[in-house]
Design a binder for this molecule. Sequence first.
Ligand code: CS2
Length: 498
Amino acid sequence: MTSYKLNNLNLSKFEGQVSIPKYNRSNIKTGIVHVGIGGFHRAHQAFYTDKLLHDESIKDWGVCGVALLDFDTKIYNTLKEQDGLYTLIVKELDGTLTKSIIGSITEYMFAPENPLQVIEKMASPEVKIISLTITEGGYNYDEATGTFNFKNPLIQHDLKNPKAPKTIFGYLTQAFKLRKERGLKGCTVQSCDNVQGNGHVTKNMLLSYVNSAEPELVAWIEANVSFPNSMVDRITPATSQSDISNLLESSGIDDAWPVVCEPFNQWVIEDDFIAGRPAWETVGAQFVKDVVPYEKMKLSLLNAGHSVLGVLGALIGYATIDEVANNPDLATFLRTYMDNEVTPVLGDLEGVDLENYKESLLQRFGNIYIKDQIDRICSESSAKFPIFVLPTVNAQLKQNGTIEFAAFVVAAWAIYSLGVNEAGEELVVKDAMQNLLAEKAKAAKSNPKVFLEIESVFGKLKDSKQFVDSYTAAYKNITENGVAKCVLDMNANVLKEN
Ligand code: CS2
């Protein structure tokens, strides 16, 4: 099949092959600056916004995608070469691929190259929303102190170099400073990351930074910026080389970085947009008064479920999540964790069919076409465990509930952090705290508790005798018998108890 480079000029050539944006992209004004244009944003918010822009009357909600980190050069260059266009490939449950070219990213910027351009854009009056996918770790929250981490060298850099920042906090501060000086209105900062109370956390972290960098701006932000909480969901594995070549061969689309994802998508948002917002509810988003229960449910069941399968699966030697989820023993283990340890702390989830939700998660994890990489899931676990798993543990400990399965997973993570699986093969440990994790993991071999001393991850968990005992026993058990055998025994014990 003849293939063409994906860009504006060639767009119409793909019509008929895949769905393409039907709206006139050159007429769309930028209303949203989005920071973090990785796969997730492109499978989620940009996808919803693209659907919305198909209503020809909507012209104000184009997205300017900002690549924040040096490391993001490749995605920036790709979007630049492709005029912001990319292909979204949905891997349906029966293996069919539904492909659409997404057009909602109409501008793109590379912050390290031109920080002032990004600050100006964020301060521009037509921009009503600054949205973020900066990862769990990007919020710079210190679990040990419950406060903003001023020790982070990048934060220190931003405090010293306000006009050439490196973190989102430096950018937002400068943009709001300009808005204030120019007598402009404020806007909404919308976090789209997997963080409990992501809007609240964004606000608290930003205000801590501003209080130090530009104290006189605090009151202006409090009065002029809103921070809605939201729950975001769509499993988006890393794009593989074969995804790229299949697209080229099957549809003739030469796209350097398509995005692959599952069919399921959900976006639950608090309706708190100080400068207005797109009618995302017309394309499937839900606006609710209180998003907290939804977030809690998703983080502690879906994301924690991922971490459970990821860490256990990695040690056994699996490569993708579907392989682990389709192992009946591990699926039973996960389901028991969800039922016995997570469900009791979820509180009231009015209108949610929890049984159905848990069942559907196991199906989504088991989708054999998604091939979600365990390496992706286990990456940055030091930022994920405190959000996905440990709140459940702390809540269970408070109400004298069981924490045995969670303690087992934490023990597995300590062993995982040694960087070798049970077959002696090397694991790709990718984590901002990698060195410390490895150091503690080594020391944990003779004294497992040492791993729990990483306070910025575990907080005060090392002081809980119940947790430490359960974790230590699990650590010993895994080392002696291996994950698979332990899982089998734990499942059998649960059966006996019931
Ligand atoms: C995953 C998430 O990174 C992770 O550990 O759990 O990326 C997950 O796939 C998304 O949150 C799904 O909505």
